[in-house]
Design a protein around this ligand. Structure first.
Ligand SMILES: Cc1cc2nc3c(=O)[nH]c(=O)nc-3n(C[C@H](O)[C@H](O)[C@H](O)COP(=O)(O)OP(=O)(O)OC[C@H]3O[C@@H](n4cnc5c(N)ncnc54)[C@H](O)[C@@H]3O)c2cc1C
Length: 273
């Protein structure tokens, strides 16, 4: 069955990292009053390639729902078709459009909100930005709203190679200043000597959070397995991890958390490759 295609008009485009050629796009769907989705979901973008063959690629929604607009965060992939098609849309054009369908996907926050470790590399930050905008809406402006974090601790562990690739850094730093239960932990795998922040891979810093949290709560690691009499759908946890990026990183984080006795249903993930 053919999916219903929506036309999304480019309203804003901003290069957010020259070194990795990463862009933030804001689109508006003029034919809709509102474009409802759950933060963390993705849209599928559709376009014909040079041979007239229809190509479809998934892109995570990089914002929380707000009227009929949505944002994406896309970096150019060398020789890639769709990422270059998007990155080549001219600046602030009137009428530049793409075709999309969606929203799709199950990479969404489990409710009620629990303590949560958000783990991303590269453009895997996109759904995390949607999560944090939804959990901690701004205090004024059109997107203003009540805090939805219910006082739970939210850590964002974000790994990139270099400082210039920490997308939306100012936003996350400002949020960490504004709300005491949001913790921003950027880590660089190729940090220069001058970098005073965290270094190395995300899984090592996730491990630090898990160990420190367990110590504070008086829990012994590895955690005991849940009661096998409880059906998986009814299992409830006091902490979850949300992991998004390339498969190698996702696997490494899952493996590390499994080593602490975390149940597979506590680790919600989205793989980009
Ligand atoms: C659920 C989901 C959500 C996604 N969300 C985003 C997002 O928010 N932002 C974003 O930039 N991308 C996202 N992606 C990846 C995106 O769908 C495309 O795969 C990516 O833009 C490359 O497409 P392309 O047409 O430019 O490259 P293609 O023409 O498909 O591929 C060209 C070459 O690049 C390799 N390649 C493909 N994807 C990647 C990649 N991500 N990194 C490195 N090499 C790659 C391919 O193996 C191939 O050799 C998401 C993927 C999924 C499955």
């Amino acid at each position: 069955m053919a999916r219903e295609l929506l036309t999304a008009r480019l309203a804003q485009k901003q290069c957010i990292s020259e070194s990795s050629q990463c862009y933030r796009f804001e689109f508006v769907i003029d034919e809709l009053d509102s474009f409802p989705f759950t933060p963390g979901q993705f849209i599928s973008a559709v376009a014909d390639d040079a041979n007239g063959k229809q190509q479809t690629r998934a892109y995570s929604l990089a914002s929380a729902p707000e009227g009929n607009r949505f944002e994406l965060c896309v970096n150019r992939v060398e020789e890639g078709f769709f990422s270059n098609h998007l990155a080549d849309l001219p600046d602030l054009p009137i009428g530049a459009t793409i075709q999309i369908h969606g929203p799709h996907g199950h990479f969404v926050l489990r409710e009620p909100v629990t303590d949560s470790i958000l783990v991303a590399t590269g453009t895997g930050i996109a759904p995390m930005r949607g999560f944090t905008q939804w959990l901690f809406p701004p205090e004024d402006g059109p997107a203003a709203g009540p805090d939805r974090s219910q006082g739970k601790q939210i850590w964002l562990v974000y790994g990139t190679r270099q400082e210039s690739e920490l997308y939306f850094r100012e936003e996350f730093e400002a949020l960490a200043q504004r709300v005491p239960n949001f913790h921003y932990l950027p880590t660089l795998s190729r940090a220069p000597q001058s970098w005073a922040g965290l270094r190395g891979y995300v899984q090592d810093h996730v491990a630090g959070i898990v160990e420190q949290r367990a110590a504070q709560l008086g829990q012994t690691l590895p955690l005991p397995a849940p009661d096998p009499a409880i059906p998986p759908a009814e299992l409830r946890f006091d902490v979850n991890a949300y992991v998004c990026g390339l498969n190698n990183m996702v696997m490494a984080v899952r493996e590390r958390l499994a080593g602490y006795g975390w149940h597979r249903k506590q680790i919600i993930f989205e793989r980009y490759d």
